[in-house]
Ligand binder design. Structure first.
Ligand SMILES: [Zn+2]
Length: 53
């Protein structure tokens, strides 16, 4: 999956309001503050750990 914001390969894929969005690690960090408003951030962090293991 490609990052939603640039041409790099996405490090994480998140689903928000039934739309799947890929984010590279840089853009994931950029968006972390605004994303943290949602309840799904906990799930996202779990997925990130899985991806890195
Ligand atoms: Zn990116």
């Amino acid at each position: 999956m490609q990052c939603h914001y640039c041409d790099r390969e996405a490090a994480v894929a998140v689903e928000k309001e039934h739309i799947k969005v890929g984010l590279c690690e840089e853009h994931f960090r950029d968006r972390l503050e605004e994303l943290s408003e949602g309840d799904w951030l906990g799930d996202l962090e779990e997925k990130l750990d899985v991806d890195r293991s």
